[in-house]
Design a protein around this ligand. Structure first.
Ligand code: PLP
Length: 410
C-alpha cells in the first residue's frame, strides 16, 4: 500500500525548469506573501492522489486505505515539523482563513462557560479580526492590543489586558504586510502562567523562520499551504491534545470530529511535502533571500529620496519589505510596476478589491497619505539577484514620474 511518509526531497527543482519556465519568468514576481507557485516537487508528490490513488480515506476498501495511509503520513510529517510527535494534534482544513476562524470561534465557544474575553492585536489578519467581531456580536468582549510605530507588541500591555474571564489570546507570528515577528516565546510564557489558551496565526512565518509549538507553549496554530509553494485551498490548524473545539463544519466524523468533510488528500499530501521542503531549505534560503531583501532596501533608500522602510527596527521575516514613498499613490505605482512586468502589492489595500486603508499601517501610526504611499515587496524562491537589479533600475524613474504628476495638494 502506498503511504505518504514525507517522500524524498531531491535537491533543487530538477532541471531548474521551475525558474526557467517562460510563463513563470515573464514576470518578476515579488508578491510571495500573497501566494506562491506550486513547486514542481510538490506537484509530483500530489500526482498519484489525483490519478490512481483517488480513494476516500474514510472508505474501508483498499483504495480507501491507501488514501488514509497517505493522509496519516502527511499528518505525521506536519506534526513533526511543528515540533510535536502527536499527529492527532494536526487538523486539516480548507484555508488559513478557516483555520483562524476555527481557532477563534471553535475555542471561544467551547470554553465560554469559563469566560468570554479574548485578547488579540489590532494588526491581525481579517480572518482573526472578523471572527472576533462575530463573537463580540454574540456577547464576548475582545481586547485589541495596540502596536508601536515599529509594529511591535508591548508585553506589559498584554499582561495588563488579562482578566479573570480571559480564555484565549490570539497573536500572529509574522505580519503579512510588514513581516514584523511577535515574540511568541514571551507570549506563550504569559498565557501558560495564567492558564489561558494561546493561538498564533503562523500563515506567513511557517517554514520561513524556526517555530516549535512545544517550546513556545502554543495551543493552537494556523498555517496555509499556498504561502509555502503548496496548493491553494488547504491548511492546518494545530490543536494541542486536550484543547476542546466546537467544530464549524458538521456532518462527518473526519479529523476526529473537529472538521467534517472528506479530506482533500492530494492537496494535503502537497501541503506536507511543501512544508518538508521549506524546513529542509530554510537555513540557506532564508539567508539568500534576506541578503536580496536587504540589497533591495538599501538600494531603494540610496536612490529614492523620501522613502522609508516600515518596521525596520523590529525583528522581521527575511523576505518582506514594506516601503513608504512620500508623494505617491502606491496603487498607481504598483500598476506602473505591473506594466513593467513586476508584480508587487500596494500596502494600502491588504486584499484585492479592498479600498480600505491598511489597518496594520494605521495601527503603526502612519497617516493616510503614508498608508496610501506604501507598497509591499515579498521575495521568495523565485527571486534572483537580477530581479532586484531590475527593480532598482526602474523604481526611481517610476517614483519620479508619479511625483511629477501628483497634484500639489493631496
Ligand atoms: N493569516 C495571514 C497572516 C495571512 O497572510 C493569510 C493570507 O493572506 C491568511 C491568514 C489567510 O490564509 P488563506 O489565504 O489560506 O485563507
Amino acid at each position: 500500500m502506498r503511504r505518504y511518509e514525507g517522500g524524498e526531497v531531491r535537491g533543487p527543482p530538477r532541471g531548474g525548469h521551475f525558474y526557467r519556465d517562460p510563463k513563470v519568468r515573464s514576470h518578476i514576481y515579488l508578491d510571495h506573501n500573497a501566494t506562491t507557485p506550486v513547486d514542481p516537487r510538490v506537484r509530483e508528490a500530489m500526482q498519484p492522489y489525483l490519478e490512481t490513488a483517488f480513494g476516500n480515506p474514510s472508505a474501508a476498501h483498499g483504495l480507501g486505505r491507501e488514501a488514509k495511509a497517505a493522509l496519516e503520513g502527511a499528518r505525521e510529517t506536519v506534526a513533526g515539523l511543528l515540533g510535536t510527535a502527536d499527529k492527532d494534534e494536526v487538523v486539516f482544513v480548507s484555508s488559513g482563513t478557516e483555520a483562524d476562524n476555527l481557532a477563534i470561534a471553535g475555542a471561544g465557544l467551547a470554553y465560554q462557560e469559563r469566560g468570554r474575553h479574548i485578547i488579540t492585536s489590532a494588526v491581525e489578519h481579517p480572518a482573526i479580526l472578523e471572527a472576533c467581531a462575530a463573537l463580540e456580536d454574540g456577547g464576548f468582549s475582545v481586547t485589541y492590543l495596540p502596536v508601536s510605530g515599529q509594529g511591535m507588541l508591548d508585553l506589559d500591555e498584554l499582561r495588563r489586558a488579562v482578566r479573570p474571564d480571559t480564555i484565549l489570546v490570539s497573536l500572529m507570528h509574522a505580519n503579512n504586510e510588514t513581516g514584523t515577528l511577535f515574540p511568541l516565546g514571551e507570549v506563550g510564557a504569559i498565557t501558560k502562567e495564567r492558564g489561558i489558551l494561546f493561538h498564533t496565526d503562523a500563515v506567513q512565518s511557517f517554514g520561513k523562520v524556526p517555530l516549535h509549538v512545544r517550546h513556545l507553549n502554543i495551543d493552537l496554530l494556523s498555517l496555509s499551504a499556498h504561502k509555502i509553494y503548496g496548493p491553494k485551498g488547504v491548511a492546518t490548524l494545530y490543536v494541542r491534545r486536550g484543547v476542546r473545539l466546537r467544530p464549524l463544519l458538521r456532518g462527518g466524523e473526519q479529523e476526529r470530529g473537529r472538521r467534517g468533510g472528506t479530506e482533500n488528500v492530494p492537496a494535503i499530501v502537497g501541503l506536507a511535502h511543501a512544508a518538508r521542503i521549506m524546513f529542509l531549505e530554510m537555513p540557506g534560503e532564508g539567508e539568500r533571500i534576506r541578503k536580496l531583501r536587504d540589497r533591495l532596501e538599501a538600494g531603494v533608500l540610496a536612490r529614492i529620496e523620501g522613502g522609508a522602510v516600515n518596521a525596520q527596527q523590529s525583528p522581521r521575516l527575511p523576505h518582506t519589505s514594506s516601503l513608504t514613498f512620500d508623494g505617491i499613490e502606491a496603487q498607481t505605482l504598483a500598476a506602473a510596476l505591473d506594466l513593467e512586468g513586476i508584480a508587487v502589492s500596494a500596502g494600502s489595500a491588504c486584499h484585492v478589491g479592498s479600498l480600505q486603508p491598511s489597518h496594520v499601517l494605521r495601527a503603526m501610526g502612519l497617516n493616510l497619505e503614508q498608508v496610501e504611499g506604501t507598497i509591499r515587496f515579498s521575495l521568495g524562491r523565485l527571486t534572483r539577484e537580477g530581479d532586484i537589479d531590475r527593480v532598482l533600475e526602474i523604481l526611481p524613474h517610476l517614483v519620479t514620474r508619479l511625483r511629477a504628476k501628483a497634484p500639489l495638494t493631496r
